[in-house]
Structure formats: structure tokens, C-alpha cells
Design a binder for this molecule. Structure first.
Ligand SMILES: CC(C)(COP(=O)(O)OP(=O)(O)OC[C@H]1O[C@@H](n2cnc3c(N)ncnc32)[C@H](O)[C@@H]1OP(=O)(O)O)[C@@H](O)C(=O)NCCC(=O)NCCS
Length: 168
């Protein structure tokens, strides 16, 4: 069952991603410098066991014209082996620094805690200062560095982990 949650900005609601969101999700992905998944990969993920860990933040402006883009951002994670892996999080540029990324992340972390996993982890480009600041703010800590992990451009990855409790 969908549960609309009010984010920091009360015109934003967080709900589960559906197939109808994918064109906007891919558009946000393409404009955010993330490693490419593309429509087919998101669609496949929506058919799998982790679809409850795919969330969108939607601008709910009552005077918005029909057909206007409404997704501010999204997050995609996976659960496995007692860990929550945050794969992608991105916010449309004009909606950044409003607390939406943090709200999406917190919602996913709550899911992880509810499921009893021990920790959450993620990788990010070493020079991605905005993401680093967001994750640090949410309690993640750097545990290792993977040399030349990313391509186009080649860059190191930082691995960050947050203990959630669970069976740890
Ligand atoms: C990283 C990203 C998701 C952050 O989303 P956001 O909605 O702008 O972040 P929030 O507004 O929730 O920020 C929460 C906190 O994170 C930190 N933060 C976020 N962006 C920051 C920035 N550009 N510079 C410094 N700190 C930043 C701040 O501490 C901020 O709290 P504050 O605004 O009260 O100071 C967004 O910049 C983005 O989409 N970037 C491109 C895609 C990307 O790099 N994704 C991560 C891949 S690993």
C-alpha cells in the first residue's frame, strides 16, 4: 500500500516508483551524472523483489498544469546478504538543497531497519562532494577506497557504510 509522506517541503510526497515514472526517472538520471541504468534496467528492477526500495519524490503542486513534469528525484536500493545497498539517488537540479535527497535516503534506511539488515552501504565518486556531504550528514562513514572503480571519467570510488542495527 502506498504511503504518502510529507518531506521537508510540504509540497513534496514520497511514494513507490511505478512504471509510469520511468521516463522522468531516466531523464533525471541522464542529467545527474550517474552511471547509466536506462529505462530497461529500471523496468526490470521494478519487476523484482526490491521494487519496494524504489521511491520517487513528487512535487504535488495543486495548480500544476496537466502534463507538467512532477518528479523532483528518486532513489533505488537493494536488500541482500544482510545489507542494504543504495544504488542510485538523484534530485532534479532545480529542487536540490531542499532536503529531498535526505528524505528519500531516510525513507530507504527506515525500510532497511524494519527488515532487520545490519548495515547500509554505497559507493560514490570520490569527487562528488554533494553526495559525500549528504551521506555524511545521514551518518554514513567512509570505510575504503576503490582505485579507478569508475569509468568515463576514470575515478576512484569511496565506499561508505552505516550501521543500522539488525543482527550486527
Ligand atoms: C547528492 C544529491 C542527491 C543531494 O540531494 P539534495 O536533495 O540536494 O540534498 P539535501 O537537500 O537533502 O541535502 C541534505 C544535506 O546534504 C548536504 N549537501 C547536499 N548537497 C550539498 C552540496 N551541494 N554541498 C554541500 N553539502 C550538501 C548538506 O549537509 C545538506 O543539508 P543542508 O542543506 O541543511 O546543509 C544531489 O546533489 C544530486 O542529485 N546530485 C547528482 C546525482 C548524484 O551525485 N547522486 C549521488 C550518487 S552517489
Amino acid at each position: 500500500m502506498e504511503r504518502a509522506v510529507t518531506a521537508t517541503d510540504n509540497s513534496v510526497s514520497i511514494t513507490r516508483m511505478t512504471e509510469h515514472d520511468l521516463l522522468e526517472v531516466v531523464e533525471i538520471e541522464e542529467n545527474s551524472g550517474l552511471s547509466r541504468w536506462g529505462w530497461a534496467a529500471y523496468y526490470a528492477e521494478l519487476q523484482g523483489n526490491n521494487s519496494h526500495l524504489m521511491l520517487v519524490a513528487r512535487i504535488t503542486n495543486p495548480v500544476q498544469r496537466p502534463g507538467t513534469r512532477s518528479l523532483a528525484g528518486y532513489i533505488v536500493a537493494r536488500m541482500g546478504a544482510d545489507e542494504l545497498h543504495i544504488n542510485n539517488v538523484a534530485i532534479r537540479e532545480k529542487y536540490r538543497r531542499r532536503g529531498i535527497g535526505r528524505d528519500l535516503l531516510q525513507r530507504i534506511l527506515e525500510e532497511g531497519k524494519r527488515s532487520g539488515v545490519a548495515c547500509a552501504f554505497l559507493e560514490l565518486r570520490a569527487a562528488n562532494t554533494a553526495a559525500l556531504a549528504l551521506y555524511d550528514r545521514c551518518g554514513f562513514r567512509i570505510t575504503s577506497r576503490r582505485k579507478n572503480y569508475y569509468s568515463e571519467p576514470v575515478e576512484d570510488a569511496l565506499v561508505m557504510i552505516l550501521k543500522l542495527g539488525g543482527n550486527a
